[in-house]
Design a protein around this ligand. Structure first.
Ligand code: FES
Length: 134
């Protein structure tokens, strides 16, 4: 990854970039969502373990810029112990706000977390639907 000047980022972004929370594979995930930025090629995979319609655990794997990694990391923190209806209501801007804002040119990097979350929740609903015996 090319090194990037971190001075434009908030302290929260730098902290989560340098010390990502919940990075790695979640073996017993029952909801998985991925997204890839078509412009830069950065990629995020979000894995959730949902029980009783609440997100009990969240992990991520992201290959991308500091903003993408920080918003991915923060997303897993925000999502842990959140009801899936509340998670579904989250917008890209919520992740931007949670990391203390992003430089204008980096706002698009937060799309990865929002899009991966949306897909993970769709995956969860599809799996739940497939498991019904009606
Ligand atoms: Fe690709 Fe940030 S530059 S997600």
């Amino acid at each position: 990854m090319p090194s990037e000047d971190l001075r434009a980022y908030s302290d929260i972004v730098i902290d989560h970039f340098q010390h990502p929370r919940n990075a790695g594979v979640l073996d017993d995930a029952n909801a998985v969502g991925e997204d890839r930025n078509p412009v830069c090629g950065d990629h995020m995979r979000l894995m959730l373990r949902i029980e009783d319609d609440a997100i009990r655990e969240a992990r991520f794997q992201t290959r991308g810029c500091p903003a993408a990694i920080a918003t991915s990391s923060m997303a897993t923190v925000v999502l842990t112990n959140m009801h899936i209806d509340d998670a579904a209501a989250l917008k890209r801007q919520d992740f931007v706000d949670a990391v203390g804002g992003l430089p204008k040119a980096k706002i698009h990097c937060s799309v990865l977390a929002a899009a991966a979350l949306k897909r993970a929740l769709t995956d969860y609903r599809e799996r739940a639907g497939a498991g019904r015996s009606e």
